[in-house]
Write a protein that binds this ligand. Structure first.
Ligand SMILES: O=C(CO)[C@H](O)[C@H](O)COP(=O)(O)O
Length: 275
């Protein structure tokens, strides 16, 4: 493991990292919250950013730290000539407020690097994303970057996709959403799938930046072949995109109990991304 934090013997208590000093040290106990871990992962990822890059800017509480840091380094003159391509309206607003020059995929169809969070990361660096509702734009942007760096705290690591018991989101068109939700559920009936329309805080359907709905899928059992699952979801008329990001992450930075771990996918060097 790549250790990067000067904090001895940390462990987790109720999702909070507690670092206690060892007997020969006078360093007092340090407690890091989950948000501080997210920030540590985000700052580590921004070390990959170089002046002149076109960057995919992710969405969510972890990515927000990375965007803040990029804005700060631009303001300090430590980064120059950065162009950002935001993955949501929210990130667009944040980046504008930080003075990060922005563009889009029409003008920049290939990006140098994207940094974003994830909801689940499996041992093969496959991801679930989109609990923040931005999966479609994230997949479009992160699918065309030469390097995709994912930033998580270690609570996001799972043995297999769906194992957290939390949602795997699917963006669908609003037309006859119940019909599409039921067809999604039936695809994964053998895995005990439950399909729920995502609601906003006002009790109305959550509407994505693209004017669509989200159906959250919950699995009681492993869904098995992820590529087959992906293909069968995408074959359903009414589905726009799903939140499984398969073979997309090139690096995953995990901040956790023992420090910061940088996990790399090695297919990169074999040129399989073809951008
Ligand atoms: O995919 C996403 C938004 O669509 C987020 O990256 C994902 O939900 C992780 O969020 P957070 O960093 O807040 O835990």
């Amino acid at each position: 493991m790549f250790k990067d934090m000067a904090i001895p013997y940390p462990h987790f208590e109720n999702n909070i990292m507690v670092a206690t000093s060892n007997s020969s040290s006078s360093i007092p106990p340090v407690i890091l919250t989950q948000d501080e871990l997210k920030k540590i992962a985000a700052y580590k990822a921004v070390e990959f950013v170089e002046s002149g890059m076109v960057l995919g800017l992710g969405t969510g509480s972890t990515a927000k730290h990375a965007v803040d840091r990029i804005g700060e380094l631009l303001r300090l003159g430590k980064l120059k000539n950065i162009v950002g391509v935001p993955t949501s309206k929210k990130t667009h607003e944040q980046a504008l407020s930080l003075g990060i020059p922005l563009s889009d995929l029409d003008s920049h169809p290939v990006l140098d690097l994207a940094i974003d969070g994830a909801d689940e990361v499996d041992p093969n660096l496959n991801l679930v994303k989109g609990r923040g509702g931005s999966l479609l734009r994230e997949k479009m942007v992160e699918g065309v970057c030469k390097k995709f760096v994912v930033i998580v705290d270690e609570s996001k690591l799972v043995s297999h996709i769906g194992a957290s018991g939390l949602a795997m989101p699917v963006e669908i068109i609003p037309f006859c959403w119940k019909f599409t939700a039921e067809r999604l559920r039936m695809l994964f009936e053998d895995s005990g799938c439950v399909a729920k329309l995502r609601l906003g805080s006002n009790g109305e359907p959550f509407v994505t930046d693209n004017g669509n709905y989200i159906v959250d899928l919950y699995f009681k059992k492993d869904i098995g072949d992820l590529k087959a699952a992906s293909d069968s979801i995408l074959r359903l008329a009414g589905v726009v995109e799903h939140g499984m990001f398969l073979d997309m992450a090139t690096t995953v930075i995990v901040a956790g109990e023992l420090g910061v771990e940088v996990k790399n996918r090695y297919y990169w060097s074999r040129g399989q991304r073809n951008l």
